[in-house]
Design a protein around this ligand. Structure first.
Ligand code: ZN
Length: 382
């Protein structure tokens, strides 16, 4: 088994934590373990796995019955620089039958969750520089192109007022039946700290879970023209939109730049420049892979609860390195929950979820040393 975690964290954001809390100090308030930075993402999660592994090893008299390779990186929050190259170079050292790793949130705090990959992302910027400097809107308004207005229309041609993606090449393939089935029972939001979700946002005809997990979303992350904080009576020279496509497998994301370019040209926005700034592929282990049933059964037996099976995490992970470079079936068992404030002030881990996570992981590690595993059945020559 290969397991993976990351020891790096995002910025502490010290000043923005609630009074009495700090990213550098552990503070226990009831079920919540606040600080330090990384309790949920990701130190708490892989520490818990290592503890479960230690207990399983002791319970098995020092013989797990399989080998374990632990890969911890320190660059995940910066896009895992070098991880792919390392795995390409050290294929032999990292050889395994299976990846079991933990990151991200469960669908709900009380709901053990298994996910099989992640959505990918492409960050790209749209930029329209109409001239070198601003000009007085009274002296020139009516005869100068306003790049803010043009860019707003360019964005509107790509995604409608309810968040539906209008560019065919940025839309995913139709939802497969087994993905629909897996998502049927999945509830999105509803937790105490969760935002109110908008049932009319995004692709019409899909459930919230289908829109979040099984579909693509095009977001504007930041938008600028002139100064929103201190507007002046002038036509701004420049407008910029930093956009993001989150996508599921099957989307031609490598061609995003060309797809957006052709779309803008076809809609009369030839002057708007497109540049891709970051990307990460999408992955998803086949829902019918025998390891999926194996893990779901083990997790249900250990927790005494039904397990939510997510085809992929809505967020992104460097899972392509494990799935594509190392060719592993990938199982992800998250020990956090949606309102954990990961990447924000007041990040915390729920002790109750961590305790259940310990049980679940010890169960998986135990069962992995028992006979009748998927690879023993499906690949006898291994
Ligand atoms: Zn993170």
């Amino acid at each position: 088994m290969l397991t993976y975690g990351h020891g790096d964290v995002v910025n502490g954001q010290d000043k923005h934590w609630r009074e009495g809390l700090s990213p550098w100090q552990l503070t226990v308030e009831g079920d919540r373990w606040y600080g330090g930075r990384g309790t949920a993402d990701n130190k708490g999660q892989h520490t818990l796995n290592l503890a479960a592994l230690e207990h399983t090893l002791a319970a098995r008299g020092g013989q797990l019955g399989y080998n374990v390779t632990v890969l911890l990186e320190m660059g995940e929050e910066a896009g895992s620089p070098g991880l792919r190259e390392l795995c390409e170079r050290e294929r032999e050292l990292l050889r395994a039958d299976l990846l079991i790793a933990c990151d991200g949130p469960r669908v709900q705090a009380r709901q053990p969750t298994l996910f099989l990959g992640s959505r990918g992302l492409v960050n790209f910027s749209l930029r329209l520089q109409s001239r070198e400097r601003a000009y007085h809107s009274g002296n020139w308004g009516g005869v100068l192109t306003n790049p803010g207005i043009v860019l707003a229309h360019a964005i509107a041609s790509m995604v409608d007022e309810r968040g539906r993606i209008l560019v065919e090449g940025l839309r995913p393939p139709a939802l497969a039946d087994n993905i629909r089935r897996a998502l049927r029972e999945v509830q999105v939001g509803g937790g105490t700290d969760d935002p109110q979700i908008n049932s009319a946002w995004g692709e019409p005809g899909l459930t919230a879970a289908e829109r979040l997990v099984g579909w693509n979303t095009l977001e504007v992350l930041a938008l600028g023209a002139g100064s929103a904080e201190r507007p002046v009576n002038a036509i701004p020279p420049l407008a910029v939109a930093h956009c993001q496509l989150r996508f599921v497998p099957g989307t031609p994301w490598q061609q995003l730049s060309g797809i957006v370019r052709s779309h803008l040209d076809a809609h009369g926005f030839d002057a708007v420049e497109v540049s891709v700034t970051a990307d990460s592929p999408a992955t998803r282990l086949d829902l019918d892979n025998p390891w999926v049933g194996w893990a779901t059964q083990s997790m249900a037996a250990s927790s005494g609860k039904p397990v939510t099976l997510l085809p992929n995490l809505a967020g992104s992970l460097p899972n392509d390195v494990f799935a594509d470079v190392l060719g592993l079936p990938t199982l992800w068992v998250p020990h956090s929950y949606p309102a954990c404030a990961q990447h924000a002030p007041n990040e915390h881990l729920l002790a109750s979820v961590a305790r259940e996570g310990l049980q679940i992981m010890a169960g998986l590690y135990w069962d992995l040393g028992a006979p009748g595993l998927p690879w023993q059945r499906s690949a006898p020559a291994h």
